[in-house]
Design a protein around this ligand. Sequence first.
Ligand SMILES: *Cc1c(COP(=O)(O)O)cnc(C)c1O
Length: 463
Amino acid sequence: MDAAEFRRRGREMVDYVADYLENIEERPVSSDVEPGYLRSLIPTEAPLEPDNYDDIIKDVERVIMPGITHWNSPYFYAYFPASNSYPAMLADMLCGGLGCIGFTWAASPACTELETVMLDWLGKMLKLPDHFIAGTHGRGGGVIQGTASEATLMALLAARCKTLRRIRAANSELSEGEIRSKLVAYTSEQAHSSVERASLIGDVTMRMVPTDSTYAVRGSMLKKMLEEDKAAGLIPFYFCATLGTTASCAFDNITELGPICNKEHVWMHIDAAYAGSAFICPEFRPLLNGIEFADSFNFNPHKWLLVNFDCSTMWVKKREDIIGAFNVDPLYLKHENQERFRSLKMWFVFRSYGIQGLQAYIRKQVALAKEFESLVRADKRFEICAEVVMGLVCFRLKGSNDLNQLLLKRITNSREIHLVPCQLSGVFVLRFAICARSTDSRHIQHAWRHITQLSCELLQENH
Ligand SMILES: *Cc1c(COP(=O)(O)O)cnc(C)c1O
């Protein structure tokens, strides 16, 4: 393909993507293919001679689309959102064109510098304390990671390194191995599975802290575990708090937890993968109070801030902690896996929407969740299972877990809307997350009509 053909094919691709997104409602939201469906649709080996581009494009509808779950369909209410916006897609295209890899400042100065400034812009939108903002001569700063899972792991490894140094400095007779075997990390029993995985990769014990009736960790619960473990000769070193849990969007009480962690030399990392985006709205910012106690903080603009995957933003209080652990460029907070020019899409999105546009987007999605909540509350056959704070509604039919499992199965098989379940206190719950940018009131109303219709059928059969 030469530049002339690229111009033509590029325009066609833009049209294809715009048509796809404009007409996405016409496609069933989830796929009905069987595992292994794709192998039989394409040759077993790569072509020796070049294929024709028209054939490649035709195969997108024939081979790929049948196996796509349409995350940007307004009938997609599963997991959490995967942001997507036109400015971000255009920036990604430019990023592909530049094709530079910014692993050091000199490898592409604009890559490193734009990233640092974008993390400051975003940190200021969230009103993060000054020490997280690189441009304020603070000791901290921000960096883009691929995923929240990576950020959680990176914080755990940095905390482990920092603790090893501190304990060895005071106890030179202890070997690194001896100290390591005593390290204990903590997180909520409601934390994302990636937090426990980080402890497996980091080869340290992790203990799950129980939560209160709102699924939040309170200071007293962590304090009790720290005391038990210290009495047993162990070394608590890391606590991962969650703001906006995946199951029910619960918020750990970081104003209680932060001072405890600080006093005990326990690194507090905050995982706000989903909810973090909402903190750009003043009405949600109080949920971030206590951030001043955190050693690191992370959320995913690729979840809820209109920046396409992947873009997970992480801030640390002290750059030297990360630099010490990973031996990276001390001038800029970067680590060895620094990849593409991901800050470009932040820059395009922040400028195209403005802070007000982004706030309006978050507020609209929260309002849609509240609309769904009131539909559920008005129907006595259903119950709400957790407080609706942001864009997630946890609900269920009053009745057995089996009944709700059956309802979800019918919803899934209908392919009209897509939901996933969660467990809360042993109860099977349906999660309704507002995801797509194009979701509107009429989609919510349609989804609810569909759910109640399937429920009616189910309840009649069970009588
Ligand atoms: C989605 C989610 C994650 C995982 O995010 P990735 O970027 O896919 O690693 C972690 N924590 C919470 C609370 C989440 O909701």
